[in-house]
Design a protein around this ligand. Sequence first.
Ligand SMILES: Cc1ncc(COP(=O)(O)O)c(C=O)c1O
Length: 464
Amino acid sequence: MNKPNSNTEILSKKDIENVFHPNTNLVAHKDTGPFILERGDGIYVYDTDGKKYIEGMAGLWCNALGHGNMELAEAAMKQFEKFPYGNLFASKSHEPAIELSEKLVELSPFDDAKVFLGSSGSDANDTQIKLMWYLNNALGRKKKKKFLSRVQAYHGVTLATSSLTGLPTIHGNFDLPQDMFLHTDSPHYFMNHNDGETEAEFLGRIVANLEDLILREGPETIAAMFAEPLMGAGGVILPPNGYFEAIQPILSKYDIPLIDDEVICGFGRTGNVWGAETFGMQPQSLTVAKALSSSYLPISAVILSDEIYTPIAEKSGELGIFGHGYTYGGHPVSCAVALKTLEIYERDNILAHTNTVSPTFQQRLNKCLDHKLVGHTRGVGLIGAMEFVSQQDSNKPFQQKGKVGKLFMDLAKKEGLIVRAIGDIIAFCPPLIISDEQINDMFDIVDNVLDQTFKHSETQRLMQ
Ligand SMILES: Cc1ncc(COP(=O)(O)O)c(C=O)c1O
């Protein structure tokens, strides 16, 4: 390699030499190098060569208020000056954690609730798992320890949550999933229905499969079911109509609480504060992260209904301690930024704004269905996806899976748009502050890139 001279080249070389990238093809990375972003402004981000991009994914589905929000920076600075670190162990507390917990209880669907603070969606879901084990030990239900989730679910990548996640790339070579994690059907009607099967028939089939699985394993062995209201990282998969209404009575029948993973959907993404409202879920516990602080600082929370909290608390009295917690759980600066984020959502009516602009987003997305490459579009609020297929009007995938999706993502990047390819699904999840005009700019690029992708896919024979 010639001696690097631009800042981008110098950083790329150092990156390749030193950085171990998550969720990355580490072999390809040695040749392609990193995509280095330097700064952001609203829905736009800029790379180290000054090129501007629309952040069509809000980072990792998280940066709801976009970049450059000085109020969040000031909230952090103020807290840094006053009390930059504190924890919640052994009854210690501080104002930002107290105020944030009160706010989250107020927003929650529960009359009474408690908030357990963490730093990431994964650690919060890990906490959920441990809480269910603890609960069932407290209640003397020693066998009720397994968890249900779904194929294509994403609940994190810690040792336990990787098993909850239902994606092969998260399991492969890690000796996962572990035995006590059971995956029931993905609710992805478009890809998974049988020939001629209606959505209602598909729903009936997967609901029956869920009950069969519960009975096969023994309801007395199942602690809880985790579900995202819509599945984000699995490919923006919306459940069929009536899905949660159909599974909830079964879960109740077998005394299986529903844990609602709101890490992507929470705080307005689907057009309601909670994805649970959009999809008719009635959970006993919530996991939140990402948009909680608009991702300016790491923070997550488990919001637990009192029916689950109370037996846990009583048991901890017997043991003398509730033995779980993280050094950074309830970090005061993260809490202060989260509180300010929630204040801005309310003050600036971000939810109302989402519902004002989402029709443009959804219409422009649906229009992509006219393109020969696209077999399905779907979405709600300000999240959506299009799925590429080898024959329009079919759900037939390509033989070489993921190549067309990656091609689209790379071409979009050249045109100044960041999206995420999940195999041959392209996901869109822009900051919630995006305007109508910016949505149109984004989909003008999408239309152009669809044509380019089609042309290149034909030339490279990727379309079979
Ligand atoms: C629904 C859901 N749950 C959990 C997680 C894990 O969150 P984190 O990456 O903060 O650990 C994610 C991350 O994308 C997610 O989408």
